[in-house]
Design a protein around this ligand. Structure first.
Ligand code: NDP
Ligand code: GDR
Length: 329
């Protein structure tokens, strides 16, 4: 019989790629969607008819239990979170409610409904914070934001349910992963979108925050494959997923402008208001354990990723410009 999976955060970047991946493997896919006055299904609209959406919110225990009862999943992927680090300083309590306690609510719902369900928790390299690279499964944690602190709670809640109740609960410690579906507030997409607009004459300049922060950036499509692999093993475990290559924000900006043959120094200015109260300076993951146990490695490198993102944003803005002109005529 076909397996079934429930994805929280299915409307987000990773949720959309994971839904596609699981469908391609013959899964019946359910997605938890919170109520909103305007529909926000842009990333999964092409999957309408192939997936089943269920109402629910990480803040509401009853709705989580109900979604599990309705979907009867073999696997639950908890991707929902307040995921933007910068916002976590403005909304620290809400971030804790979603990103930390939300994990406990979901684990409790699984434990009481069917503890045999396999569980994936979306943990983050933000948990390493100020601990220097390379970071792997043995590296001590030192988070630097309310978001990182909340993710660390979720990480240990997952391990605790595994140890307390023998549940098949895995934590994937994923480093930054991006795509053309990335939210516009994250730095890679902010840059690819601005580069496309500047190239097309729709924008003159862009502002940026810390150019010296370093991140290990991979492609989201490669990373959702690793999530699934973790739940197919004989034993539950935690894995670091990363490319092992770290680049600065400056290198990101330089690479993105080069895709359209421009020099970033002519267009980019630093806005100190975009600096964070505490920064994560240097992330570079060591995913040799995932390579050894899961046989996982990424297919897409940094340059290919940046090029893909800039080209898709160029295409999108061109389409919108044509549509606007056609509308005017
Ligand atoms: P997105 O911000 O794109 O998506 C977040 C999802 O969570 C959205 O579907 C959002 O729904 C949903 N959500 C937020 N709050 C709630 C709530 N209270 N109840 C139900 N759903 C909610 O994130 P990504 O896809 O990039 O990331 C997926 C997960 O992986 C997140 O947990 C993130 O913290 C984590 N992560 C991401 C990394 C990355 O580089 N992308 C790296 C490491 C970890 P809505 O559409 O309604 O807002
Ligand atoms: P991050 O991603 O905080 O690593 O969290 P983000 O893209 O927001 O920032 C990366 C780095 O770029 C610097 N930066 C800027 N960031 C943004 N957003 N906007 C700017 O203008 C800007 N200028 C410089 C930041 O200071 C930072 O150092 C992401 C999220 O997906 C989390 O949910 C996930 O857990 C981690 O990655 C791994």
């Amino acid at each position: 019989m076909a397996k079934s999976a429930l994805i929280t955060g299915i409307t987000g970047q990773d949720g959309s790629y994971l839904a596609e991946f699981l469908l391609s493997r013959g899964y019946k896919v359910y997605g938890l969607v919170r109520r909103s006055s305007s529909i926000n299904n842009e990333r999964i609209s092409h999957l309408t008819g192939d997936i089943t959406l269920l109402p629910g919110d990480l803040l509401d225990q009853t709705s989580l239990a109900s979604a599990i009862r309705q979907s009867q999943p073999d696997e639950v992927y908890n991707l929902a979170a307040q995921s933007f680090v910068a916002t976590s300083w403005n909304q620290p309590e809400l971030t804790g409610q979603f990103t930390a306690l939300g994990v406990t609510r979901l684990l409790e719902a699984i434990r009481t409904e069917n503890p045999k369900i396999r569980f994936y928790q979306a943990s983050s390299s933000e948990m390493f914070g100020s601990t220097p690279p390379p970071q792997n499964e043995q590296t001590p944690f030192h988070p630097r934001s309310p978001y990182g602190v909340s993710k660390l709670y979720g990480h240990f809640a997952t391990i605790n349910y595994r140890e307390s109740y023998g549940m098949f609960a895995c934590s994937g410690i994923l480093f930054n992963h991006e795509s053309p579906r990335r939210g516009l507030e994250f730095v890679t997409r902010k840059v690819s979108d601005a580069v496309a607009q500047i190239k097309l004459g729709l924008l003159d300049k862009m502002t940026i925050g810390n150019l010296d922060a370093r991140r290990d950036w991979g492609f989201a499509g490669d990373y959702v494959r690793a999530m699934w692999m973790m739940l197919q093993q004989d034993r539950p475990d935690d894995y670091v997923i990363a490319t092992g290559v770290s680049k600065s924000v400056r290198e990101l900006v330089d690479t993105a402008f080069r895709v359209v043959d421009l020099d970033y120094r002519d267009y980019v200015t630093v806005d100190p208001s975009l600096l964070r109260p505490a920064e994560v300076d240097y992330l570079c993951g060591d995913s040799s354990y995932a390579k050894e146990k899961l046989n996982w490695s990424p297919d897409t490198d940094f340059e290919q990723l940046v090029q893909m993102m800039v080209e898709e944003d160029l295409e999108r803005h061109r389409r919108h410009s044509y549509a606007r002109e056609a509308g005017v005529r």
